[in-house]
Design a protein around this ligand. Structure first.
Ligand code: AMP
Length: 125
């Protein structure tokens, strides 16, 4: 069910639980600012989610409230995850859903990294 991205942060969301290690994930990266793990329902051969360690509902919330260090750290982490996974040569797609019309389901900012085949047009017509 898509979320309302204007709601306050909910500490019990599934990615908050993954960050706290309360539920399992296949972690492929972690640093001071971000962690990355495999999406549980991949829509491409490689589908990784990168999330900030801080409590931000969405890209909107993050870009408004996060510190410059958190923003720089998160953006660098996304790049590093794709680079470490060898995605740069063939290319990859970044996607962040914000709120209801975009279909955001988990109310903790996440960037999808998708790769491993030609990904087709950006959106279905
Ligand atoms: P979004 O629609 O942008 O909010 O994307 C949420 C993503 O989280 C979907 O691609 C789900 O497959 C993924 N997801 C949900 N629960 C988990 C989980 N426990 N571990 C990994 N990925 C998950």
């Amino acid at each position: 069910m898509p979320i309302d991205a204007t709601l306050p942060y909910d500490d019990e969301n599934i990615f908050a639980k993954i960050l706290r290690g309360e539920i399992p994930s296949t972690r492929v990266y972690e640093d001071e600012f971000a962690i990355a793990f495999h999406d549980i329902a991949p829509v491409a051969p490689h589908h990784i989610l990168v999330i900030p360690r801080g409590a931000y509902v969405s890209w909107d919330d993050f870009s408004a409230r996060a510190s410059d260090a958190e923003i720089a750290g998160f953006v660098r982490a996304v790049g590093a995850v794709a680079r470490d996974a060898g995605m740069v040569g063939d290319g990859y797609r970044l996607l962040a859903n914000i709120g209801r019309d975009a279909g955001q389901e988990v109310p903790h900012l996440h960037v999808h990294i998708l790769s491993g085949r030609p990904l087709g047009p950006m959106l279905a017509r």
